[in-house]
Design a protein around this ligand. Sequence first.
Ligand SMILES: [Zn+2]
Length: 159
Amino acid sequence: MTLRAHPQPRQSGADLKENDMTDNVIKVSLTRTNYLTRWHCHVCGGRTEKDPVLAEGKQDLGPSGDGKGCNSRTVRVCPNCLEGADGVSLDQRLESFARWLEYEAQITRAMIGKLQVPSFKEWQDAEKAQEAAWAEDRASDIESHRACKADDGGSTLPF
Ligand SMILES: [Zn+2]
């Protein structure tokens, strides 16, 4: 599998979103997005910033279970991985991330049968109590601010 570290931007906007899938190559291209969020990087496990241009490709995962189609997934390479300023290659990053995922799977399985958690109702009640406490704190802060301003001559609140 080869990942191109520095895909060349396409000339036209129509071609910008096209990603090629061929055997043994995952072609990653620059893709515009108007959904600005921090996307998962499939190379290092990190995240993008809220970037309007992403580096994405399609990974072929072989025939689907029912044999009627083909499974694939979008893979994304974050700007840090593209830049490679630390000198670590994409393949080294993939291997490191894969090892981390294997460790995470191992320690996640180790929790099976061991978790003792609060009920959802307990969580909801604690959440409501915390929101009420914050509201009370805000009301108290506003009253304190008003009292201070009244002592200073009664200027208006800044909010
Ligand atoms: Zn990355």
